[in-house]
Design a protein around this ligand. Structure first.
Ligand code: TYD
Length: 202
């Protein structure tokens, strides 16, 4: 099973991904968290561009190369071994962030779905950009060129307009305990749904 945690910068993705891993492990599942961009050569090039952004198409190309590498090296092998995979960002980030730079959203989606398995569940942590940026500053980081208020407004808008059966939007403006509960509820509902589907098939 593949779960993607998505949202703008400062929405709490890493905290939630690690929390989910702990909770699902308590239920007896084997869980692994993967984070994108990765530390591949492509991911390193992406990080080098954080304060001096590349041309939008070049940037998209790097995210796709990094993802392809992640799929082949990490995601597919872990799926084969029966792990639940929790992605701390996945291709919905490409749709929203590179889409916000003017690249066609459907085109980005199609390019990704050619190389990357579609997640069973996507949790979008929705936060106002002001709050996200405040959290980044509170944790002692200096916002980079991706973390600009106006840009993140556009990114957030695309996240909120995404529509698919596998997408759940969670209000992440509230405190982290509230968000943890909401996410856990969404996952449990989904697992129950899978369970009834499986028992119908059996
Ligand atoms: P982030 O999760 O903030 O990584 P780190 O904690 O290492 O800074 O991701 C870095 C930035 O990359 C973030 O602002 C979102 C952006 N991004 C894209 O623009 N497209 C993508 O496909 C992905 C995965 C991330």
């Amino acid at each position: 099973m593949l779960i993607a945690i998505e949202g703008i910068d400062g929405s709490g993705k890493s905290t939630i991904a690690n929390y989910l891993k702990e909770e699902l492990e308590k239920e007896g599942f084997r869980v692994v968290v993967f984070k994108e961009p990765t530390n591949s050569i492509y991911g390193q090039k992406i990080r080098q561009s954080f304060n001096n952004r590349l041309d939008a198409h070049k940037e998209l190309e790097l995210f796709l190369l990094d993802r392809k590498h992640d799929v082949e090296k990490n995601i597919l092998p872990a799926l084969k071994k029966g792990y639940i995979i929790v992605m701390d960002r996945y291709y919905y980030s490409t749709i929203a962030y590179q889409g916000a730079r003017g690249i066609d959203i459907d085109k980005i989606k199609k390019m990704n779905e050619k190389i990357a398995p579609k997640p069973d569940l996507v949790i979008i942590l929705d936060v106002k950009p002001e709050i996200g940026i405040r959290r980044i500053k509170e944790r002692g980081d200096k916002p980079n060129k991706f973390e600009d208020l106006e840009y993140l407004e556009k990114v957030r808008k695309i996240f909120l307009e995404l529509k698919d059966d596998n997408i759940v939007i969670v209000d992440a403006n509230k405190n982290i305990e509230f968000v943890k509960n909401e996410v856990l509820r969404a996952i449990k509902k989904f697992l129950k749904f899978k369970d009834t589907q499986n028992s119908h098939q059996a």
